[in-house]
Design a protein around this ligand. Sequence first.
Ligand code: TYD
Length: 230
Amino acid sequence: MSMPVAAATDSPASRGRAARGLFIVLEGPEGSGKTTQVGRLVAWLATLGIPTLRVREPGGTAAGEEIRRVLLDSGHVPPRAELLLLLAARAILVEEKIRPALEAGTVVVADRYTLSSLAYQGYGRGLGAERVEELDDFATGGLRPDLTVLLDVPVEVGEARRRAAGLVDDRIEQAGREFHRRVVEAYRLLAQSRPDVVVVDGTGPVDEVERAVRRLLTRAFPETFPCGEG
Ligand code: TYD
């Protein structure tokens, strides 16, 4: 029986940038306000009449949400297993939702993607950024965001916000201050060496951060966001 040489999604033509849509990722450490800003961004795109898909990680698909429960609610998950579970969830999300949406010309807004794995598993868990990147590339078939916006906040600010909101820590959030300090530093380091990652100061008021994100997007993609800052 003959076997295909490579899966269809791994063919050179389907790697790299999305064919038509736009793939935007919001990233940041715990308490950076990322999820709030994803909501604001998606609402803005709706007012502009731009077809949008919002996804979050880990999760975003039926199987992915089950993996999310294992990752965030269970007792002990060894770091390598944590990475592989995250990447399995991402592989499903890319295949089922993100790639088809991009091919249909949709703007995809993701709450976390590859940069999270590099920061949390590569640096935070110490698995190594190069190895994580290689495995991530395999999981996603090489699908990279057009732009990743990093909301930068110091560990103390993130902690204080989460305390003030009365949020209960999940398994990864319980990893301790030193772990989260490594994550914050890793995000900053990664942003410096990647032209497709832009940093926004996430410590200001929500409206101000929202304006900064809009400004960035209108500057980076004037054909998609023709209305200025809205
Ligand atoms: P979530 O409740 O969505 O937190 P947040 O609102 O901060 O995004 O939980 C996601 C958790 O999973 C968060 O602690 C970060 C972690 N995570 C990783 O460690 N690596 C990854 O690749 C991803 C996508 C998430």
